[in-house]
Design a protein around this ligand. Structure first.
Ligand code: FO1
Length: 324
């Protein structure tokens, strides 16, 4: 006799198992909202590590730290990155030696980079290190680096090819982008934890992060795109009224020859998504997004505080339940 396992679909948003794909500040905000609504065991946050770099002998993982500090309630509310109330005495002292100070590492933030670098030097994997840092800061949701090996994003610009943070911080995103490049993608693979999070997810949420340099690096790891494709995937637009909420996403769209809009983001992910959430101001684009083969809805998507983050997360989860 053939036996069928009875899989009961989630009846409420709290029962949804969610894998969120996130970059830095925008990703952290939605992850924060999701974390307030879901039991910790039902949420995994898969984070871009293409922005990671070695600086002053330390391994810096900006997006992982932004997500970690945000979920720990310790992120700097003005910048979105770094720690609230941090001081910059070490950086000022480094300046006296003419050492590089363009990347603003706060004194307490430095403790994270020092300890992470030390644990990596002892042979621990980045996934394990991130888990230890999260545990120490009281964060119970798994924050998963997309992979354990380096996969740095390189930006090809009109001023030459450069590391992501050199482009982003040192050059303040001024050079015109021609293309994006991941020279080490051939050696990179997602961690077992990332694979498990995707395989057990009812829904994959693309947070409102930069499609080119935050979400694409996660999707290009072997096996990830296929897994995302096999789940119910929903994205929230990082572009609102043609402008990125934060960072260079809109500028990048323009420079690669695409008019920046929520619809351009949906089109970038077309084929992968079943649902797309855009901001109320872009409501008129709903029909164009639906024409790409996905369901679409418009809500207020700005998330300055926990109230708005929870409201957006609540909508994302209800939308997912409706589409399941
Ligand atoms: N972003 C900046 O624009 N300037 C900085 O000096 C800077 C320092 C920094 C230090 C630690 C950290 O975790 C993040 C930091 N960021 C800084 C943010 C980071 O460059 C970007 O948010 C991401 O890489 C893009 O998502």
């Amino acid at each position: 006799m053939i036996q069928f396992a009875l899989v009961t679909p989630p009846a409420s948003i709290k029962q949804l198992r969610v894998a969120a794909l996130a970059g830095g500040v925008g990703g952290a905000k939605l992850a924060h909202g999701l974390a307030t609504l879901l039991p910790p065991e039902n949420l995994s946050i898969i984070v871009n590590t293409g922005d990671d770099f070695e600086h002053l002998g330390l391994k810096i993982c900006p997006d992982l730290d932004t997500v970690l500090y945000t979920l720990a309630g310790r992120s700097n509310p003005t910048t979105g990155w770094g720690l609230t109330g941090d001081t910059f005495n070490v950086l000022d002292a480094l300046g006296c030696f003419d050492a590089p100070t363009w990347f603003r590492l706060g004194d307490c933030d430095l403790a994270t980079h020092l300890w992470r670098s030390e644990l990596l030097r002892r042979g621990m994997l980045l996934t394990k290190v991130t888990n230890m840092l999260s545990h120490a800061l009281g964060v119970r949701q798994p924050i998963l680096p997309m992979c354990d090996m380096p996969m740095p994003t390189r930006i090809l610009t009109d001023q030459g090819e450069m590391d992501f943070q050199v482009y982003f911080v040192q050059h303040a995103c001024r050079p015109a982008v021609r293309a994006f490049h991941w020279p080490q993608v051939g050696n990179a693979k997602p961690s077992a934890e990332v694979i498990a999070a995707l395989d057990t997810a009812d829904v994959v949420v693309f947070c409102p992060s930069n499609p080119f340099v935050s979400i694409d690096p996660i999707l290009m790891l072997p096996g990830v795109r296929e897994r995302v494709n096999s789940r119910l995937s929903i994205a929230v637009s990082p572009i609102l009224d043609g402008v990125a909420v934060k960072g260079p996403a809109a500028k990048m769209f323009s420079e690669v020859g695409i008019k920046p809009s929520a619809q351009a983001v949906a089109s970038h992910y077309a084929g992968l998504l079943k649902g797309f959430i855009l901001d109320k101001v872009d409501e008129a684009q709903i029909a164009q997004v639906r024409a790409l083969g996905m369901e679409a809805a418009a809500i207020p998507t700005l998330m300055p505080g926990l109230l708005e983050r929870t409201a957006v997360a609540q909508y994302v989860l209800e939308f997912a339940l409706h589409l399941l």
